[in-house]
Write a protein that binds this ligand. Sequence first.
Ligand code: SF4
Length: 367
Amino acid sequence: MSARLALYDLTRPELIAQVEAWGLSPVHGARLWSSLYYEGRGSFEEMTDLPVRLRTRLMEEATIAPLPVAREQHSSDGFTRKYLLALADGRQIETVLMRYHGRTTACISSQVGCAMGCVFCATGQMGFTRHLSAAEIVGQVMHVDRTLRATATAPTAPALAEPRHDSPHHRHERLRNLVLMGMGEPLHNYDAVLRAVDILRDSNGLALGAKRITLSTVGVVPGIIRLADEGRPIHLAVSLHGATQAERAALVPAARAWPLDALMDACRYYVRKLERRIFVEWTLIDGKNDGPDQAHAVGALLRGLDVQVNLIPLNPTAGYAGVPGRSENAKRFQEILAEYALPSTVRQRRGIDIAAGCGQLAVAESV
Ligand code: SF4
């Protein structure tokens, strides 16, 4: 494969510097950035407002590297779409677009497969293949963005749509929220993931708000500490699933590398240093971790820490026999957490019919 420059890998200053290195004005570099992210153009042919010299150079040496859609599925309730996207090396990843409660959210992947091996997760059951590049992470978001732009004129655009009014190019439903909860452990691919976040946050481009970006980790302690030390303004979600080391390690093998005590220390450090709440994710598995004893254990573990607990009834996967926690148990779990002054929510299950729910993303090995 030719070593073309992947434009989605570059931050705005890097892109402008590259255009200058080609002997063109930085103004054209800024224009190129705007074409990519503000206008959302997916090919150089569409960038007719750029000088011919720059477009020729781009066609010879660079690539936008869009991710072709190998399959697209829509949930029966119409709220969720799942895309199987093809990477240049023949691997594939899944990306999800969710539109409900007035929110438009992209759930994107950070790796092909995952090394963390959570027993109930379809991605974990795949094993780890490779990290995604920043360009491949940005490319997923831009795919979703282009999808939303394309629905601007569609008569079936849902009433939930939130049009932009600042430009004729942006009279479309706008991507508001980004969750790094797709395939892979984002903090295992820290540099590429945070580079992608920087690119997507750039105020002259897609301008995703930091407070609308949530990174979900299974508890990679060094990554949590690094996020805190770097003062990253995005939200952090930590998947707990078990309130003792033994119970957690049985569901999350990565807990053997980063034990519960160390994880809680890292969470306390993060909350104290950034003065920011953490979301704690808890997959409710019937008869396993959804009882009053576990709820009290979670309460005792988290008491006094600024967290919100998100309870997520297990979504089915082929490789795990557990079943979702029952709604009455979830309600009781919440009541017990409230006794410890811990706010909580129970996540609605959506997109299950197309295996687009939490822990359900996976692809068959394609290479
Ligand atoms: S839940 Fe997340 S960290 Fe665990 S195996 Fe699945 S993708 Fe990896």
